[in-house]
Design a binder for this molecule. Sequence first.
Ligand code: M6R
Length: 611
Amino acid sequence: MCGIVGYTGDSNATIPLLEGLARLEYRGYDSAGISILADGKITTAKRAGKLAVLVAALKEKSLPNGQVGIGHTRWATHGSPIDRNAHPHLDPDGKVALIHNGIIENYHSLKVALENQGHDFSSDTDSEVVAHLLGAEYSRVNDLTAAMEKVCKQLQGNFSLVAIAVDSPGTLVGARRNSPLVVGLGDGANFLASDVAAFISFTRRALEIGQNQIVTLTASSYSITNFDGEAQNAREFEVTWDASAAEKNGFPHFMAKEIMEQPKALADCLLGRIDEKGQLALNEVRVSDDELRDIEKIIIIGCGSAFHAGMIAKYGIEHWSRIPVEVELASEFRYRDPIITRNTLVLAISQSGETMDTLMALRHAKEQRAKVISICNTHGASIPRESDGVVYTQAGPEIAVASTKAFLTQIVAAYLVGLYLAQVRGIKFVDEVRDILEELDEMPTKIERYLETSERLKELAEEFQSAQSILFLGRHVGYPVALEGALKLKELAYMHAEGFAAGELKHGPIALIEEGTPVLVVMPSPHSPLHDKMLSNVQEIQARGARAIIIASESDLAIADPRAIRIPDAPVLFQPLLAVLPLQLFAYESAVIRGYDVDQPRNLAKSVTVE
Ligand code: M6R
């Protein structure tokens, strides 16, 4: 939800800022803007539309060559995506420019107070209110850091902010509460950004900025304080991937690349999980084995695809650890007054580690004294930082808005937690856990084998391109796969799609089936007791005219249909890692055929940092 980047160094700031914005565009892409401080003056260019619109405008009329500046790519919350609502926002004197990611909940009362003092606003945003407040404080105290401290104390809500001021050449001041902000420490240049991707081609050295902290950055120094001006420490870390991981590398879209990266992502997710004694080891879990032995209930929370990954993981975790698991949408969790004790383990799943619904649910769980372990793909993000422990999915950067490799690795990482619990509690012997891990180790090769022969999905997308609605059916672990297939089609191809538990069909949804209705069916593995029941469900829909496309294991001889999509055989609990692949490809191809923007679907953003 909005990408922010600031640069201070010795080059023309527009260049690194535009590069940073291009890498952050996944966070929001309805408008973009840059402010540059040069010759004692701030000059701003901002445009509604994707970054390309701003780039074209800057080709016509470039910004001055200044060595400090800020840039923003927006996902609108307050005010529609039009030029004047784009960031940066300025104070009335044009002395301070500011970019913001998040929501200022008390912006209305602050705005009214400023209006009563004679302020006129040129946008409908909450962010401009902060720019005006900062300008007013800055003119009083003449110190951008001190002004930022005063302003942050007045704000309610979530924010990461970065500002520049005409009388503070070479300086960026950033602040954060509940929204991400990292420092990039370069050679002769430093950066502030929502995500390390923004500066990865310049430096891999980064600093985490903590909650309620302010950072003052020049090209050669940084200092960190809290909102009371007290000095704070920060943890430096090295980003483990390089710029090429965040490039398309010859693929037409990031999503295509990320789908094809899934074998490697899964292999990386499994790397380093066995210790020298041959036992499963989850190094960053940081919840003691004694505490894990006392766990009586697990609650998995997540949103969107992360929620679906949790639904699948429930089957494995309960099966192996024998601990009851509930799975809940993070956005609903804290509002139902869930029963949580110190013996509850909450597993928070999030690729970005910044999803506000999940972060708030996690905090609620911690307040009730639950243990929280997160499953996350982004080092140093808020969710892993606030958890007792974390299992990183190690999937590498996921840029496309649609989750693919993150989804697969979330399932596996959550399975690892289930197996670890089984091992610690003595429900499974070490060698039994190792046997399961060996089967898991075979999955990257199977995924690769399927992806090499996946051409058919394009034809299928063409065949169904004018369908009014597409249904997805699954049972057991295949049910969340069906939900995930429908979510992918909705978000990428803007088609009506629904996923159903096939057993539930006859209780209502079967009324949707009419002559020609396309239905994608995730057939349970032939080893599953549900296989034959699903065969009956297929017959029921075909008898009512459905065009069923069946996704079945290679060895499933009960499926004679030559149109069936075949996936390699796999153990029942691992089948979702294969069955979801044709559904990802189907959604991808459907969006391409329609000419939609696959990596940046309308109305969406990669990381949803508002509730
Ligand atoms: O970063 P998170 O994993 O917390 O994101 C959760 C959802 O917003 C995300 O999975 C979303 O549903 C995807 N765009 C689906 O492809």
